[in-house]
Design a protein around this ligand. Sequence first.
Ligand code: HAS
Length: 542
Amino acid sequence: FDKKDGALVLAHILFAFFALLLGGIAGLLQSVVRGGLYTLPGGIGYYQLLTAHGVLMALVFTTYFIIGFLYSGVSSTMGGRLIPSVRRMGWTGYTLMTIGGLLVLVMILLNKASVLYTFYAPLKASPYFYIGLALVVVGSWISGFGIFSQYIYWKKTHQGKLSPLFGFMAVMTMLLWQIATIGVAIEVVVQLIPWSFGWTETINIMLSRTLFWYFGHPLVYFWLLPAYICWYVIIPKIIGGKIYSDALARMSFVLLLLFSIPVGFHHQLMEPGISPFWKFLQVVLTFMVVVPSLMTAFSLFATFELNGRRKGATGLFGWLKVLPWSDVRFFAPFMGMLVFIPAGAGGIVNASNQMNAVVHNTLWVTGHFHLTVATSVALTFFGMTYWLIPVVTNRVLTPAMNKQGIIQTLLWCVGMLFMSGSMHTVGLFGSPRRTAYTTYGDHPDAVLWMPYHVAMAIGGMILFIAVLHIVWIVISLLRSPKGVTEYPIGESMEPEEATPRYLERWKLWIAITVVLILFAYTVPVLQMIGPMNPGSPGYVTW
Ligand code: HAS
């Protein structure tokens, strides 16, 4: 692996794990506070910790890991190394993101930005918190343009050829990110910064939440797509099989681009100020975005089964026996896949209007995203780390480290079983999310919730040990023996000609995405900002 590219990738990965460690400390503390087991010293606030935890885990850990991983893959599959201008863009993006990220962190630590990771108005943070966020977004755009440039360079030097699957998926992931972040950029620059500086007195709450969720939902697919890249492209190679269908994999990514953005209202189903028709429409689109995940499940089962049959496995589940269970590069992402089945089912519950009324703003939702992003995605990212760090540092994974990885994965799953299991259950009993320790004056309902909150704290403690374990593994990987580790890229079962070329017609997919966004958002946004405002007291104009 190219040394200079390796340094860029490693810088991203190490920063990601640094954020994971800090976020893990905040997570442990807040879980024991909420369970009533500990009182915070020195004026540290519960919501301050919750903000730090959410921002560091959901925004910093993921974004750095994803960009580092995508750069590693495009370097490997599209040219063997990054062209110098792309590498420069990668470093510029990294620097801006890091300056912005540190500014955000300092504001949270100073207790000037305890606004949670969704930073909803009217909670107001210091303007420097929002400026930090804007820098992170601009930095990530530059990194995204780097990935597009490498793709364009590859296309120019390979006229008429189908792009490598990894490259295609990397472009799709960053495209999704660029289109989605426009919403949060407008919210931060046009609404939040002027308001927090005091230049504007009021803020349109409905609009700010809508702009946030226009970004916030595709954000979850920005986390998911790199995990899907691993499941589609890397896992077949690791298990010694082949990618079931290149065309199906590309199609599922196209569908994820089209349908992941015009669905933000499923986070706002319980909010006034949006007419039921537009909520209904976005719920229909939400059910459309489930389809590519079902296609992914189908494709994974097909890959596993065909791989097993080729190796002589018989019977309905014989293929399970020939999977490499003791290889952490397979085992950790596999546990992520397994957890994604109940996690995705929970998402479908959330998306259903009537059931959303039961679970919205309860700990059920927190349970849902600890299964999706904090288990399916996080375990997949951990699983990738076992070969990614050796690849970019020209080292090898030792059997001892592999064993540690298996233990770490199991620890994570057990911790999450306690934590997310109790969150889901107590959420159904009505326990609200984002609430510090309280028994509401010993109200019987709240007293009933308490054992579950304690179980959550036990899960939090196990997970904290697992965070320390993975950080220790990362440090050990940096010191593992020198050697060559292959970048595991799977091959498709079908010949290249089987993939229809229209799947790479970017202009077409971007145009359809824009049409869908305009369709889903134009009227409701106009209703929020004035011309079509029906004038109910629930509406505030600019
Ligand atoms: Fe979600 C809230 C709906 C997926 C993350 N979600 C959240 C929040 C986060 C989040 C962070 O409709 C909280 C935001 C906040 O702070 O308020 N979500 C969905 C739906 C899906 C979904 C329909 N969510 C995700 C993913 C996330 C994520 C992915 C992160 C990565 N979510 C919602 C809704 C809310 C919500 C509402 C708002 C709730 C509220 O009221 O506030 C779907 O995309 C899920 C589709 C998934 C599947 C599963 C496919 C299974 C696969 C695995 C195959 C396994 C194999 C191995 C092959 C249909 C691909 C098996 C092997 C064997 C041997 C068995």
